[in-house]
Design a protein around this ligand. Structure first.
Ligand SMILES: NC(=O)c1ccc[n+]([C@@H]2O[C@H](COP(=O)([O-])OP(=O)(O)OC[C@H]3O[C@@H](n4cnc5c(N)ncnc54)[C@H](O)[C@@H]3O)[C@@H](O)[C@H]2O)c1
Length: 294
């Protein structure tokens, strides 16, 4: 039987925001596949802790502190990683956050901040890694973490939703420009995920708030890591420019089960029956002249 091959053994992947949550889960999963990992995070301690946790397993890990919203610092961090660690085979960009404000109350400061920490840094990082891959004539895979807010509407965080939608568009453009060079670019769009920043505190209240979600629960950081690793690996060799929602069905229309009103058949038959009875009346009342008559 054919064995599934991730093809990540001995590769070098950069995880931006690898210090906790989805980023940490991605680093752990990559290292389990024998992949060497560079970890960039604002929090130096977090990056070092995650690197130490995976390093003893026959792989190398390279932690580096950097604020990715600072373009010069980010460009230098990627150059340093490629100099001191290894030329990169791929990257996952996981940093992202939302400022909360209704559109009418939103300032351009909030707008710019959300665009910097979600979209702009992805552009800079992917441009740098893309340039390096192109220069070396190497193939590679880049994965960005967006959000279902970039696919649906995003009430109360319009700047974040617009930045994530921009990220989805930018990934498609990069995929189109670099496809011929064997560089794939894809996006993972999480729905509600339990993370260190958004922990599960009250399971009962949580179940209630999830009533309209088809899968009735929030996802885990491992759910996201698996999707990221799928795109980074040889499991998706012919996939590029795609966005995969990992959201328990949130991006679908509301579920058609009991929480969303009575099933259609309960009220549709009487209406259909009444309508059929009315058809002769409707036809008889059509007094318009026939188009064939004089
Ligand atoms: N949690 C959810 O339910 C959810 C839903 C949809 C999308 N997302 C997206 O998933 C991604 C991860 O979200 P999260 O809540 O797990 O993240 P998080 O808050 O756990 O942050 C991940 C890491 O990024 C680092 N970081 C933050 N700002 C940084 C900066 N300026 N420079 C470098 N590193 C920085 C943090 O130190 C942290 O270790 C984001 O892109 C977010 O938009 C999350």
């Amino acid at each position: 039987m054919t064995q599934f091959q991730f093809g990540l053994e001995g590769k070098h992947i950069l995880v931006i925001g690898g210090g906790q949550g989805m980023g940490e889960a991605t680093v752990r999963l990559l290292s389990e596949q024998g992949c060497n990992v560079a970890i960039v995070d604002l929090d130096r301690q977090r990056a070092q802790t995650v690197a130490s946790a995976v390093q003893g397993k026959g792989i190398r890990a390279y932690p580096l502190a950097c604020d990715v919203t600072d373009e010069a610092a980010l460009v230098e961090a990627i150059a340093r990683i490629e100099r001191e660690f290894a030329p990169l085979d791929g990257m996952a960009t996981i940093v992202g956050m939302a400022g909360w404000a209704r559109v009418v109350e939103m300032t351009t400061e909030v707008w710019d901040k959300d665009h910097n920490r979600n979209l702009r840094y992805f552009f800079v990082a992917a441009r740098e890694v893309g340039r390096s891959l192109l220069k070396r004539g190497a193939s590679g895979s880049i994965v960005a973490v967006a959000s279902v807010d970039g696919i649906r509407s995003a009430p109360n965080h319009a700047a974040y939703g617009a930045a994530k939608a921009g990220l989805i568009s930018l990934a498609k453009t990069m995929a189109a420009e670099w496809g011929d060079n064997g560089i794939r670019v894809n996006v993972v769009a999480p729905g509600g995920i339990v993370t260190p920043r958004l922990p599960l505190t009250d399971p009962a209240a949580e179940r209630e708030s999830m009533a309209l979600l088809p899968m009735r629960k929030r996802g885990t950081v491992e759910d996201i890591a698996k999707a990221i690793v799928f795109f980074l690996s040889d499991m998706s060799p012919y996939v590029t420019g795609q966005t995969l929602a990992v959201d328990g069905g949130y991006s679908l229309a509301p579920s058609s089960t009991k929480t969303c009103g009575p099933p259609l058949y309960e009220f549709s038959w009487p209406w259909l029956y009444s309508f059929c009875l009315l058809i002769p009346v409707i036809l008889a009342s059509d007094t318009r002249p026939s188009p064939c008559s004089d």
